[in-house]
Structures are given as C-alpha cells and as structure tokens.
Design a binder for this molecule. Structure first.
Ligand code: KE4
Length: 433
C-alpha cells in the first residue's frame, strides 16, 4: 500500500491558503475521489512524491515534458541563461531563435508572438481574429478546451444553433452570446451555422486532435470542411495546437492532416516546462498585432529568456531524426497493450493514440465527440486511476485528459505499466462482477 501522509498533510495546509489547495483545478483529483500527490522531484519518466514514492509519469506536466524530466540539454540551457539573468523585459536573441524554429517547423506560421500560457495564446488569437475581420461571433466545439478566457468558457446553448451560455460564473451573458459551441466532428452542424451566419463569424477555433475530452481524432474530412467553410465566408480558422503542437509531430497536427489554418496557438512543449504560450500565422494577419498594428496584446514576461532557452533546447532534441517515429511506436505498444489486458479481464476499454498522445475510454462504443466521452463509465475510470496510482503509475486524474509518453519512457516502463494494468483490470473485473 503506497502511503501518502506527507502529501495529505501538505494538502490540509494548502487548503488554508490556496483555493482548493491547488493552483489549477484538475490537480485536486476531485473527479476521481483521490487526494492530490505533492511532488518533490522528477527525472526522466519518473516522478517522486514528498513521501518518497516513485511513479511512472504519464502526465508529464500536462504535455511539456516530452523529453522526460530534467533532460540534460534543457537543464544546461536554463543554467546557461541563469548565468546572465532571469528576466529583462526587453528583447533578447533567444526569442528570435525560438520564433524562427517555430516558423521553420510549421508551414502556416509566417510570424509568431510569444506569451506566457496557452490561455493567453488562444485569447489573443481570438482578439486578433475579431480585430482583423471586424466580426464578433466565434465558433468552438463542446469538449474542446482552449484555456480559461471568458470568451472560451462557454457551454453549448440549448439547441445546436443557439448561442453559448456561460460555462462559469463570472462570464457575462453578453460575452457568452458571441460564442457558439457545436459538436466536435459534426461538419453538417458547422455547415448549417456557417450557411446561416458565416459572414458574421470571426473565427472557428478547434483542437485539431481533441485532447481535453480524452483523445478524440478528427473524423475524415472534418478539418478539411472547416478549412473550406471558413475560406468561403472570410472566417479565420484557428488551430489550437497548445497540446498537439510538437507533440503529435514536429509540425503539429496540421502537418499530419495537411491543413493550413490562418492562425495557430502553441504552449506546453515550446517552453520545455517553463511558462510559455505563442500564437502565429499568416503575416498579413499577424502584422495587425501591436506595436506593428492596432490589435493590442502585451505581457511582462513574454519571451522570458529562461523559457525561451528551455523551449529551444527541447525543439533541438525533437528535430532529430526518428524521434516522433519512436514516440509513436512506444505509445502504440502501450495503447495496444492496455486494450489487450482490458479485454483479457473482460473490462470494456477503448484506446487510441495520435503520436505520443494516448486516450483510453471506459466504453465498448465509438467515441467521436464530448457526448460520447461523457457516456463512458467515469466511475470505473476513477477506480482505475486510484488502483494504478497504488501500482506506481501516475496518469491524469480525469477521463477527459490524455496520457503523454516521453522519449524517456523505455520498454521496461511500458512493460511495467502493462503488468500493473493487467493486475488492476483483473481487480476491477472481480469488483464489477
Ligand atoms: P494553459 O493556459 O493551461 O497554459 O493552456 C490552456 C490550454 C489551451 N489549449 C489546449 C488544447 C489545452 O490543452 C490547454 C491546457 N491543457 C490543460 C490540460 N488538458 C492544462 C492542465 C490544467 O488546466 O491544469
């Protein structure tokens, strides 16, 4: 039995000074009925809690740690900048270097602006889309998460074509009404809305591979339809690649599906574990951003040299030949193995992966949108989460997240994970009879 007394003591203390004891809600593990682990350190694919328990880590800080924790090249890059300082509030050569690497990697990006989080990236891209089109309405998709800006914390309205309703207290009605949330993978619903209102829609924003409802691939032609419909109506297409960027391929999901959006958002991996976000795209659009153009956006720590150095070092490793093929092969073995051990135990689980982003749903049905994802056996997922943590396997504490494999996950760790899953599925099968 893994004991977590020190974590629990820290959690009780944290609850007195931090809302919910955490600085981001999902970390509280509320949806899986567990107490959060407080982490002491990490290395490679391993993470260690304050009680000294070690786990194989499939959260990877929610995506950034694609090289594993404390990769030597990343740590050396950060240390080298620390010799010079930590933040200047002025341009440095490092932000040019990272911008040039992103532009070289992603065909649709001519110009890119650094910010400090994925939320800032998507929020700014939407303001830019509204600014250049002069339109207010935006379209997103249920189950896609783009950060916590008001305009994106919107749930689907009662009917498909009715306008959004606030997804959180504090989001004003008159903000929500400018956001339409449709069903992911339902191209007909998008076509219907665009035929009716397309000339008033500033942008459509989408996760090209959804990673915030579990992992859900785009249906055939879905992304192509979005590209065609937005072009028809002078609407901008924004790919939110905060999770998929440099995760599923060096050129992001857009390079896998051969779609060129007008704007793309990045985060996570491009900061190598330090706070970062970025948005970029067509030069004629990006030149509208202040100080070159009238659309305002700013940030004290944007382009922070430590984050830039960590991002550059990370992308330099990812550029090497064979990295993504190896990540996909390792993840494929894990996905197939999990499905096999679940089937052997008689537990209904569907797995899928795109590159090193892996999803598993506790259902025997196809999952192609958020309604499908919500119909999975969330209770069984919670039991799986808790039992796997007891086996030393650290996965996201929510059915609506992804598992991330890093270059530091070796055959031994995948085998250990599959052995643990075999024991857990057998245990669950006995419990559920
Ligand atoms: P941040 O503001 O958290 O850096 O990025 C927001 C964001 C934007 N777009 C996508 C596709 C994202 O996945 C995210 C953030 N992802 C979540 C996990 N799915 C971050 C974890 C958290 O909220 O603590």
């Amino acid at each position: 039995m893994i004991e977590i007394e020190k974590s629990q003591s820290l959690y009780r203390r944290a609850l007195k000074s931090i809302p919910g004891g955490v600085n981001s809600p999902v970390r509280a593990c509320q949806s899986v009925g567990a107490d959060p682990l407080f982490i002491d350190r990490a290395r490679g694919c391993f993470i260690q809690d304050v009680d000294g328990n070690e786990y194989i880590d499939y959260i990877g800080s929610w995506g950034p740690m694609i090289l594993g924790h404390r990769h030597p090249a990343v740590m050396e890059a950060i240390a080298a900048v620390m010799e010079r300082g930590t933040s200047f509030g002025a341009p440095t050569d490092l932000e040019i270097q990272l911008a040039e690497m992103i532009i070289e990697a992603v065909a649709s990006v001519d110009v890119v602006r650094m910010v400090n989080s994925g939320t800032e990236a998507t929020m700014s891209a939407i303001r830019l889309a509204r600014g250049v089109t002069g339109r207010d309405l935006i379209i997103k998709f249920d189950g896609c998460y783009h950060g916590h800006a008001d305009t994106l914390l919107v749930a689907a309205g009662s009917g498909v074509a009715t306008l959004g309703i606030p997804g959180s207290p504090g989001v004003p009605e008159d903000v929500a009404r400018n956001t339409l949330s449709l069903t992911f993978n339902d191209a007909d619903a998008v076509r219907k809305v665009m035929d009716a209102k397309g000339d008033t829609v500033a942008c459509i924003i989408v996760e090209p591979v959804a990673g915030n409802m579990g992992v859900v691939r785009p249906a055939a032609e879905f992304l192509e339809n979005l590209r065609e419909l937005t072009q028809q109506h002078g609407t901008l297409l924004i790919f939110d690649e905060v999770m998929t960027g440099f995760r599923v391929a060096y050129g992001g999901a857009q390079s896998l599906y051969g779609i060129e959006p007008d704007l793309s958002c990045f985060g996570k991996i491009i900061g190598g574990g330090l706070p970062v976000g970025a948005y970029g795209g067509r030069a004629d659009i990006m030149e509208q951003i202040a100080p070159q153009g009238p659309v305002y956006q700013a940030g004290t720590l944007s382009g922070n040299p430590l984050a830039m150095a960590a991002g550059i070092a990370t992308l330099q490793q990812l550029k090497k030949d064979g990295v993504y093929e190896s990540l996909a092969a390792t993840t494929g073995r894990l996905a197939a193995g999990l499905a096999a051990v679940a089937e052997r135990a008689g537990v209904a689980v569907r797995t899928d992966h795109v590159g090193s982003m892996l999803g598993m749903f506790f259902t025997d049905r196809e999952v192609s949108n958020f309604e499908d994802a919500k119909s999975c056996d969330l209770g069984l997922f919670s039991s799986f989460y808790q039992a796997m943590r007891q086996q030393g396997i650290y996965i996201a504490p929510s059915q609506f997240e992804a598992l991330f494999v890093s270059t530091a996950h070796g055959r031994e760790q995948i085998d250990a994970t599959l052995d643990a899953a075999g024991r857990v599925f057998a245990q669950l099968a006995r419990l559920t009879g």
